[in-house]
Design a protein around this ligand. Structure first.
Ligand code: ADP
Ligand code: MG
Length: 229
């Protein structure tokens, strides 16, 4: 829809802006770090404590800037024919250990034996890792994460449904905004990046959620030409 399109344009613009700002901030940070080190060598011990704190905070800013640049300038996607069923099953196997640590069982429900799309396998894996991780993290006492891949006309659909905390309409509206996180160790970048990668594949990412019941994320991708009939 037009609204979805406008939203993904906005996200792309935000990503470019973030990359631009991150780049501009990197040089002044390098200068700050240099002068902090210089002052540290000449400082009395009571001032050294403050300079150590400053150096720690500059390091944190540098880490955020590097992460932003890495996200905003991903490797050029390598498009190829990908079997979405194989790829999703691979991610399920990969995420199972982490799921167990959260007492979550990932249940892959067979829909179709294979489903071809055009895509970058690494980016698509990253998308499903991000989404499954969110589902796992949302289920505090544990539960099961249901994963399905199926064909719906010209559209390949992957559904990831958790039985977790769910999201309020307010949280749902903010989901995908850069840095929106409710987790202590969260980056608030996982959904934004996933949405952009899916959009780069000509697809859409939709999220339905209900507080206390759980969240279902649906990724829609165009089926590859040769597989359409
Ligand atoms: P992060 O996981 O680092 O917080 P994300 O962009 O992946 O960043 O998610 C942003 C926020 O959206 C999360 O902090 C959480 O509040 C909410 N969220 C995402 N996925 C789910 C989900 N499956 N269930 C409940 N809340 C979710
Ligand atoms: Mg996340």
């Amino acid at each position: 829809s037009r609204e979805l399109l406008a939203r993904s344009d906005k996200l792309a613009a935000v990503g470019q802006l973030a990359a631009g700002i991150a780049h501009e901030i990197r040089n002044p940070l390098t200068a700050l770090r240099g002068f902090i080190d210089l002052m540290y060598q000449r400082a009395r011990s009571n001032n050294r404590r403050y300079l150590e704190i400053m150096r720690g905070e500059v390091s944190r800013m540098e880490a955020i800037v590097s992460e932003l640049l890495r996200l905003a300038r991903p490797d050029r996607p390598q498009f190829q024919q990908v079997d979405l069923v194989d790829l999703v099953q691979e991610v399920v196997a990969f995420m199972s250990a982490q799921a167990l640590l959260h007492s979550v069982e990932i249940r892959y429900e067979p829909g179709t034996p294979s489903l071809l799309v055009q895509g970058d396998p690494n980016q698509l894996k990253q998308v499903f890792i991000n989404l499954m991780r969110n589902g796992i993290e949302a289920m505090q006492p544990g539960g099961s994460l249901r994963v399905r891949v199926f064909q719906d006309g010209h559209v390949a659909r992957v559904e990831i449904a958790d039985q977790g905390s769910g999201m309020s309409p307010e949280a749902l509206a903010r989901l995908g905004e850069p840095f929106f996180t409710t987790k202590e160790q969260g980056t608030g970048l996982g959904v934004m990046v996933s949405k952009r990668m899916v959009a780069d594949h000509g697809g859409e990412l939709a999220i339905e959620s209900e507080v206390g019941r759980g969240t279902t994320v649906t990724v829609r991708l165009p089926v590859a030409q040769s597989a359409e009939d």
